[in-house]
Design a protein around this ligand. Structure first.
Ligand SMILES: C[S@@+](CC[C@H](N)C(=O)[O-])C[C@H]1O[C@@H](n2cnc3c(N)ncnc32)[C@H](O)[C@@H]1O
Length: 263
């Protein structure tokens, strides 16, 4: 797989999106892992630390280390209150600097599709998690219309412009994700689908947030003429679904997997 271009260079823009999407998905995921309080955790691919803060809030960990290769995301994370209780470091899940068995649990929240070699990352997560420890991951189901930004991509594509998918988008399939866990030799693997509705009060809120953080589609939009942008907005205004309350609202879907490091 080719190296994914990193769009994670604007911590503030990411954080806005993350808080809307990461938190509801992360809550379901952590409830599903159902791990006891007081554990030592690794959050691999922590971004701005939205999921890391959830870990603190819901799992009362003894210790948390959190790594991400994006210097900008880590710099942002270090300015947040979360940093008082978390060791944020620049790092790559495919080559971790931690000792064997350093953690009781490790998580990759919305990361698998961005990692060039998920098998390598899983092998590393397994290495740094103690025997009997738990590893979990979840990712938007890109191939089944699960991504929160799919409708923007579709509308750009309807303008006749091909939007490059993430190189690792197929890694988000449930079978692929579970395959990474099994190939790493994890035991008792289990899967679940996380599905929920995201809603925006109005179109401007949707547009500002969805186009605030770079992506393949957003880069295309940024190079469009003003007239084409108006056409795109007109398409979205009519094509975005609405709920009974009149808010823009649609379902998103993530695939989650967990497994245990054999004793
Ligand atoms: C969609 S964000 C998820 C951030 C955070 N976990 C959350 O749930 O909000 C994906 C993150 O994966 C990170 N990432 C990309 N390649 C990675 C790698 N090889 N190892 C660890 N993280 C990586 C990106 O820098 C980005 O911050």
């Amino acid at each position: 797989m080719t190296e994914a271009k990193s769009y994670f260079t604007d911590g503030a823009a990411y954080d806005q999106l993350a808080r809307r999407f990461t938190l509801p998905a992360g809550e379901v995921f952590l409830d599903w892992l159902a791990l006891p309080n007081g554990l030592s955790w690794l959050d691999a691919g922590c971004g701005t630390g939205a999921f890391t803060q959830l870990l603190l809030d819901r799992c009362a960990p003894r210790r948390v280390s959190a790594i991400d290769p994006s210097a900008e995301q880590i710099a942002y994370a270090r300015t947040t209150p979360t940093a008082k209780r978390v060791d944020f470091q620049i790092g790559d899940a495919q080559g971790l600097s931690f000792a064997n068995g350093a953690f009781d649990a490790a998580a990759m929240a919305l990361v698998v599709a961005f990692v060039p070699d998920p098998n390598k990352a899983m092998a590393e997560l397994k290495r740094v998690t103690r025997p009997g420890g738990t590893i979990g991951a979840y990712m938007w189901d890109f191939l089944n219309n699960g991504s929160p930004r799919q409708r923007l991509n579709d509308a750009v594509a309807r303008m006749g412009v091909a939007v490059q998918p993430l190189p690792g988008y197929a890694h988000s399939r449930m079978e692929a994700m579970e395959g990474f866990f099994k190939s790493a030799g994890l035991a008792d693997t289990a899967t679940r689908v996380i599905e929920f509705e995201v809603a925006y009060d109005n179109f401007d809120e949707y547009w500002t947030q969805q186009t605030g953080l770079a992506s393949g589609a957003v880069e295309t939009i940024r190079s469009m003429s003003a007239a084409d942008i108006e056409r795109l907005k007109a398409d979205l205004r009519t094509s975005l679904p609405k709920n009974k309350a009149g808010r823009i609202a649609y379902k998103v879907k993530a695939n989650a997997v967990k497994g245990r490091v054999p004793a």
